[in-house]
Design a binder for this molecule. Structure first.
Ligand code: RIB
Ligand code: NA
Length: 311
């Protein structure tokens, strides 16, 4: 294989404000910090995998603007292959307006812009990467049809797929389940997709079983500080993986750090049990919540204990 992890997904410029609390509708409040960062779920996941030391490529679209140029440089700085990062003059680079409160909670508005122009043509061009990678990862910040098509292309070439249905949509095409080797979502996405409450480990198990029945190979439902549950097709046992205890400064992008790390383990340690991959991915994501920002807080291999990388 040419690549370990290929991500077909989004890039966003994150415009982040820190404030004591999230504003209410119609309200203006004073914040105490502002910064611009590189974000977008797809790119975040790709960058986390790259930082753990695997060969990655990103398939995405940014605008022909200052933010898009900068983003391409960011991929290069992180060692991500950029041949399939396209620039369009028909839309602006995606942007995310993020507010983070003192408790580390966030609220996000995304304007996908150029991300929505990634389509069949670009996927066809990227086929050499999509078909020659160990793992393909998709999310929902680009057109869902593009994500689904990329997953189908990967499947046709016996490439392992991870699907992260984020941000969740209520009318998700059922084919997504059938082409997912690992379907990985958080509690609120699981709630939206199953129509049931997912607040506890118990409820996450039940929601996970529902999702599994729709045809995915395995399901992971992440539960923030409660860790995650792992369900494997054909295996009746339910597995709960607790999370390390951390004081969260900013949980934005923690889910992306988790998925990126999971993709790393699937590519680099394909025979490791999925619950062990999830346990280690939780540890990696746990590091990311200790610092502000998304990619700025994602650890590199050199920052992590050696045992995270042993068989
Ligand atoms: O998952 C976190 C990401 O969601 C942020 O980087 C922001 O860009 C939004 O897409
Ligand atoms: Na963080």
């Amino acid at each position: 294989k040419v690549f370990d992890v290929v991500v077909v997904g989004s890039c966003m410029t994150d415009l982040v404000s820190k404030a004591p609390r999230l504003p209410k509708a119609g309200e203006t409040i004073h914040g105490h910090k502002f910064f611009i960062g590189f974000g977008g779920k797809g790119a975040n996941q790709c960058i986390q995998a790259a930082r753990l030391g695997v060969k990655t490529a990103m398939v995405c679209k940014v605008g022909k603007d200052f933010f898009g140029d900068n983003y391409i440089q960011n991929f290069k700085d992180n060692g991500v292959h950029t041949e399939f990062v396209k620039q369009s003059s028909d839309a602006v680079t995606g942007a995310a307006s993020i507010t983070v409160d003192d408790a580390g909670e966030n609220a996000i508005v995304i304007v996908a812009g150029a991300n929505m122009l990634l389509g069949a043509e670009e996927l066809q061009e990227a086929l050499p990467a999509i078909s020659h990678t160990k793992v393909l990862v998709c999310q929902l910040e680009i057109s869902p049809q593009t994500s689904l098509q990329a997953m189908c292309m990967a499947r046709d070439n016996k490439v392992k797929t991870i699907f992260n249905p984020a941000p969740a949509i209520p009318d998700l095409d059922p084919d997504f389940y059938r082409v997912s080797d690992v379907f990985c979502c958080n509690e609120s996405e699981a709630e939206l997709l199953t129509g049931t409450s997912v607040a506890s480990v118990e409820e996450a198990h039940r929601a996970g079983q529902k999702l599994l029945k729709r045809g995915c190979g395995s399901v992971i439902v992440t539960l923030g500080p409660q860790g995650c549950v792992v369900l494997k097709g054909g295996e009746p046992t339910l597995k709960h993986v607790p999370a390390p205890e951390v004081t969260a400064v900013d949980t934005t992008g923690a889910g992306d750090s988790f998925i990126g790390a999971l993709a790393f383990y699937m590519a680099n340690h394909p025979h490791m049990p999925l619950e062990e991959m999830a346990r280690r991915a939780n540890l990696v994501a746990g590091v990311s919540v200790r610092e502000i920002g998304t990619q700025t807080s994602f650890p590199y291999r050199r920052d992590l204990p050696n045992e995270y990388f042993q068989e």
